[in-house]
Ligand binder design. Structure first.
Ligand SMILES: Cc1cc2nc3c(=O)[nH]c(=O)nc-3n(C[C@H](O)[C@H](O)[C@H](O)COP(=O)(O)OP(=O)(O)OC[C@H]3O[C@@H](n4cnc5c(N)ncnc54)[C@H](O)[C@@H]3O)c2cc1C
Length: 494
């Protein structure tokens, strides 16, 4: 069907901001040619099948797309990209659509085609000897975990969305999660990337070389590029030996500064710590109120809490004994108020459930503004306390606090509306509060996006606050690799 709207070079409709349901000649041709190249399973045009994938995970941004193209091989991705380049039709790569910055959401005018990578879900190879897995972009993180476990190994990155997020999405957002303290973000865990670049050429970096000094690293450029420089089709991932035992502890402390002191105390005495999550009392209380089946791990109240995960690959090592002894020493030295070790796996999972359901509990309580921020690790305790107080002073009635990856200098800094807030508080106050928080973060030398990326949601703030040199370099790289602007336009690059 030819579109009756006026279109410029088949790229943008000029007649309306909202998608009218029709397609331009260029899109129509592309979809038909894609059907020939990908077969009937590779092209989805049914509105009901497209609808669940055109809004972001949080439901904040709603887009539209006339079709979802779902390639099953790198060759099929090449075919799509070449067709899109010829017709100047923008593409939006998508994995599990669990991203927090609406990077995988197409624009609302329906001028961009979604490329779902979920059919590319093969683990091409996995080796304990080589300590490497080569997984296609659509492999779900949990599937990778299971495959590694089956050969006595482990892919040591995990996060709450592990049942849905994909290797391609994790790579493209440089995802973090709860084990970054020991193993780093995706940047540290990716050994190489295979991707289709905007001109349809293939970058093949899957050999897993540990050392390779042939100039700029295209692999690293593609990690965290949020689909703006090409479509990731497969990734070589580093594996580590499987865990023989883990211990999870819950600790009460009087302040974030004390929590960081505890981390440094433990790090000086053991190399087993891989998770260290800060939880304020306020967040714990919200979880206990809203999440059925949760109970406070400690009897007494504490202003702040820390969830600690320690692991060992040595089955003969008494890790529980070591952590118990160290926490006992910390208690004696007055570093901590109290501590409890999970007695079994069920209790360990119960401790983690408290940490993992904080956002859910906040949503149940009312409207919340989420900020995924970082500052230098040693600055975070002071920043957290002072910034919370400043936000509460500037916007009377709100509750500001932060939880999460203290050991990475990365906190999810959330601002909640007071109980009596207007139903449109988020829309009316959100931008002002977020700007205030982002200014504080920038002033402290921090980042307004620690692990969630820029996508569309943070694009304006990134443009407002990023130093000119950084913006210039981003635009130069984008223009050099994607001169036609067909790769996920409107995301990441201000
Ligand atoms: C409950 C929950 C907990 C979370 N916890 C964390 C956390 O602790 N740490 C963290 O970092 N994130 C977290 N996230 C965010 C999210 O899971 C990650 O950003 C994840 O990496 C997104 O993967 P995805 O496959 O869903 O990507 P999508 O959401 O589909 O896409 C994300 C971005 O990557 C691009 N992209 C996707 N696939 C490709 C590809 N093959 N090639 C090129 N570009 C591509 C998209 O265009 C988009 O810009 C959480 C999300 C949820 C829902």
């Amino acid at each position: 069907m030819a579109c009756s709207c006026i279109s410029f070079g088949g790229v943008a409709r000029s007649c309306q901001a909202r998608y009218c349901g029709c397609v331009t000649d260029a899109e129509s041709e592309l979809i038909e040619r894609a059907r020939e190249a990908l077969g009937p399973h590779g092209v989805i045009t049914d509105h009901a099948d497209i609808e669940p994938w055109v809004s972001d995970w949080r439901g904040r941004v709603h887009g539209a797309s006339p079709a979802i193209l779902a390639p099953a091989s790198t060759e099929e991705v090449v075919a799509i990209v070449k067709l899109a380049a010829e017709r100047r039709v923008p593409l939006v790569p998508q994995g599990g659509n669990t991203g927090m910055a609406a990077g995988a959401t197409p624009s609302a005018d329906g001028s961009q085609l979604l490329i779902s990578m979920r059919r590319m879900n093969r683990i091409r190879s996995i080796s304990a000897e080589g300590r490497l897995a080569v997984a296609e972009a659509g492999v779900v993180l949990e599937t990778l975990h299971e495959a590694a476990h089956d050969i006595g190994m482990r892919f040591p990155l995990t996060l709450g969305s592990r049942g849905s997020c994909t290797v391609g999405g994790l790579t493209s957002t440089n995802a973090g999660g709860t084990q970054v303290l020991k193993f780093g973000t995706m940047r540290a865990l990716v050994a190489g990337v295979e991707a289709v670049l905007p001109d349809g050429s293939v970058h093949s970096g899957l050999t897993g070389l540990k050392k390779d000094n042939r100039g700029y690293s295209l692999d690293q450029l593609l990690i965290g590029a949020e689909g703006t420089l090409g479509i990731v089709t497969a990734v070589a991932l580093k594996l580590v030996p499987a865990v023989a035992a883990r211990i999870v502890a819950w600790v009460g402390v009087e302040s974030p500064a004390r929590a960081l002191d505890l981390l440094r105390f433990l790090e000086a005495r053991t190399s087993t710590i891989e998770g260290f999550e800060l939880v304020p009392e306020d967040s714990l209380q919200l979880v206990l109120k809203h999440v059925p089946g949760t109970r406070s791990p400690l009897n007494d109240d504490h202003q702040w809490h820390v969830l600690i995960e320690a692991t060992t690959t040595d089955s003969g090592f008494d890790i529980a004994g070591e952590i118990e002894r160290l926490l006992g020493d910390a208690l004696q030295q007055g570093l901590i108020g109290d501590a409890v070790l999970a007695a079994n796996e069920a209790q360990a999972e119960a401790f983690w459930k408290i940490r993992d359901t904080i956002s859910e509990a906040e949503r149940a309580e009312g409207q919340t503004l989420a900020h995924d921020i970082s500052v230098a690790v040693h600055e975070m305790p002071r920043f957290l306390v002072e910034a919370s107080a400043e936000v509460e002073r500037r916007f009377p009635g709100v509750i500001a606090s932060g939880f999460g990856h203290l050991g990475d200098g990365n906190i999810h800094f959330h601002v909640r509306a007071a109980g009596h807030a207007a139903p449109d508080w988020y829309e009316s106050e959100g931008a002002k509060i977020t700007q205030f928080v982002d200014d504080l973060v920038t002033h402290a030398g921090g980042s307004i996006s620690a692990e969630h990326g820029i996508g569309q949601l943070k694009l304006a703030e990134f443009g407002r606050l990023a130093p000119p040199g950084r913006v210039h370099a981003l635009r130069a790289i984008k223009n050099a690799l994607d001169p036609l602007g067909i790769m996920n336009p409107g995301k990441l690059v201000p």
